[in-house]
Ligand binder design. Structure first.
Ligand code: HEC
Ligand code: HEC
Ligand code: HEC
Ligand code: HEC
Ligand code: HEC
Length: 454
């Protein structure tokens, strides 16, 4: 159903609300649906006149385009909404996408907003939305379980702010990771945690040390928070929200070293190369958030003196479900055929990467039929979590039989760790613009050994 901007009676509004309130996903949350209207919220431009720096920062972040960004538009309108046409029971959970991506639409009772380009759903995760949240309905935070109270009072993390435009109120929640978890933890209609950034954080060392999301994603710098403010602070919250869409945030997130077990080998010998990967920069696992579509893979190759290059596949560790953590082009994502009403659809290459046999650090999502999926709303189970946790070090080994005909001299072994936001085969199939599949080099390392003739 497409939204028609017509004047509707109170009764039909109530019927619509009943239809759109998530039947399963939002059972424990989402009670704010249709309780407010767009007019209760001020536009971000209204805040800009005094909070210029903060506005300019926020407007470059992914949260400012959470509803309008091309891939969000494609997944929501061309996949999830199409799925609802096949399975009307999903209308509730799919409308629930807006609880996080277009919260103004959600609280205004617009469960099926029009495509980007006109409605106030486009404001995405806006200033006034965040700063008029007054609480949450329970712990843990998840599935947009915010309580909202739009109006004159803007809630923040400091006491005593005086503004001619609004009043301010201190709210402890704003300073905490639980505030972010309201949208950064997600449970799907099958009861699966399909997004758990704040829960990952909570189990890790940063929570124990009292370092919430804000310290890394909204770092403090000296200054004033408004042009007109008399007060200066050493730690004004910069609304940067760097993440997967910022190569600079992703680069170096994992540090690497590597070494061979022997520095001198003969043709035909076996050499074992170890690579250590350390997550020293992230407060959660890598990848986190939309783990269903993020790729982080390690490619190792040996470069010989005569220019020959050999790909070295990773050693298997033998854990359950390990095949999902080794790159493969086997067919996957069959559920997209069902969503698009094409039952002859065979699937798409799972990782769509040049080499099979590389380690890929991931959390696999499976549909009810047991196929890999990138539709978090159609995820019935998860595979083995083989991502790199905060301050965790993983070691991968590469056992290589040195070819009999190898050239003598120095062999350089290179390890390249790459990151991609969206699997390429899916992007091509759904016509997602190329920038979403750009590969980012997270880090690299290299080591050498000599091939000698005794
Ligand atoms: C006419 C200028 C003006 C406009 C417009 C304005 N503000 Fe403010 N705002 C201020 C001033 C001044 C302060 C106090 C800063 C200080 O001294 O700490 C402030 C403080 C805040 C705080 C901090 C509260 C705290 O205690 O941490 C928040 C949050 C806030 N504003 C949100 C908004 C939002 C959202 C909008 C747009 C809907 C907005 N402001 C529009 C001037 C303005
Ligand atoms: C009202 C819901 C909501 C709240 C509250 C919220 N976020 Fe987000 N955030 C989102 C959505 C939706 C996106 C995805 C944007 C997109 O579609 O690309 C996002 C994206 C991000 C990104 C960018 C990720 C990327 O892929 O580039 C970062 C970083 C982030 N949020 C951090 C935070 C932090 C830190 C907090 C708490 C201070 C927070 N968010 C609170 C909804 C929210
Ligand atoms: C995703 C939610 C979110 C959005 C969107 C958001 N803010 Fe904030 N804002 C926060 C949080 C969280 C803090 C407090 C961070 C802290 O203290 O660690 C904050 C702090 C502030 C402060 C006080 C800064 C200080 O350190 O004194 C102002 C002013 C403010 N925001 C205004 C805005 C304006 C204006 C916009 C839109 C251009 C905006 N915010 C968008 C979450 C948000
Ligand atoms: C110690 C610093 C640190 C803390 C604390 C932290 N992050 Fe991050 N975050 C990062 C870095 C670095 C990246 C980029 C690497 C990556 O994508 O994982 C990142 C990436 C992200 C992404 C994009 C993930 C992806 O792969 O798509 C989101 C969303 C995010 N953070 C949200 C949060 C939220 C919410 C919290 C709090 C619960 C938080 N972060 C706490 C450093 C931190
Ligand atoms: C509980 C809040 C929540 C719900 C519900 C939710 N999302 Fe998201 N979504 C997020 C957050 C937060 C991110 C950013 C995570 C990250 O960057 O890793 C995100 C990221 C995405 C992305 C990736 C954006 C990019 O550019 O990489 C897409 C696409 C998306 N969501 C679509 C949907 C669809 C479609 C639905 C409904 C079926 C949905 N989301 C439901 C919070 C939510």
């Amino acid at each position: 159903m497409r939204y028609q901007p017509v004047i509707v009676s109170l009764v039909s509004l109530m019927v619509l609300s009943a239809l759109f309130i998530p039947s399963r996903a939002g059972e424990e949350a989402g009670g704010t649906y249709g309780t407010k209207s767009f007019d209760d919220y001020q536009r971000p431009q209204a805040c800009r006149s005094c909070h210029v720096d903060i506005y300019e920062q926020w407007s470059q972040s992914a949260m400012a385009i959470a509803f309008t960004h091309h891939w969000d538009e494609i997944e929501y309108f061309d996949l999830a909404r199409r799925h609802v046409e096949q399975d009307p029971g999903l209308a509730g959970p799919v409308s629930g996408c807006n609880g996080c991506h277009a919260p103004l639409a959600w609280v205004s009772g617009l469960g099926d907003p029009p495509r980007p380009g006109g409605s106030r759903a486009d404001e995405s995760v806006s200033c006034d939305f965040c700063h008029t949240i007054k609480g949450r309905t329970g712990d843990p935070s998840f599935n947009f379980n915010y309580e909202v109270d739009p109006g004159k009072v803007k809630r923040g993390s400091r006491e005593g702010g005086k503004s001619p435009f609004h009043t301010t109120e201190y709210l402890e929640l704003v300073r905490t990771a639980e505030f972010c978890g309201i949208c950064h933890n997600e449970k799907d209609p099958y009861g699966i945690w399909v997004k758990s950034t704040q829960l990952e954080w909570k189990e890790g060392p940063y929570a124990a040390q009292g370092v919430p999301c804000q310290r890394c994603h909204m770092p403090g710098a000296p200054g004033r928070s408004a042009n007109t403010s008399q007060r200066e602070f050493p730690d004004i919250a910069q609304h940067l929200f760097h993440g997967a869409h910022d190569p600079g945030k992703v680069k170096g997130a994992i540090e690497m070293r590597m070494h061979p077990d022997s520095r001198e080998v003969e043709p035909g010998d076996i050499v074992v190369i170890s690579v250590q990967l350390f997550n020293g920069k992230c407060g959660h696992k890598v990848p986190s958030g939309s783990a269903e579509e993020r790729q982080l893979w390690l490619h190792v190759s040996a470069h010989c003196p005569d220019g020959t290059v050999y790909h070295i596949p990773v050693d298997l560790k033998g854990f359950e479900g390990e095949s999902e953590t080794v790159t493969s082009n086997a067919l996957a994502y069959q559920d997209m055929g069902m969503m698009l009403g094409d039952l002859s659809f065979a699937g798409l290459p799972r990782d769509a990467l040049e080499y099979e046999g590389d380690r890929i650090f991931c959390l696999p999502y499976f549909d009810p039929q047991g196929h890999r999926t990138i539709a978090q709303w159609n995820t019935a189970s998860l595979g083995t979590d083989y991502r790199i946790g905060p301050r965790e070090t993983k070691i991968e080994t590469y056992t290589w039989t040195v070819p009999d005909d190898i050239a003598f001299g120095t062999v350089t072994v290179k390890a390249e760790l790459n990151y991609r936001r969206l699997v390429k085969s899916i992007a091509e199939f759904l016509k997602v613009p190329d920038d979403e599949t750009e590969a980012i080099r997270v880090n690299d390392a290299q080591t050498t050994f000599e091939v000698v003739d005794y």
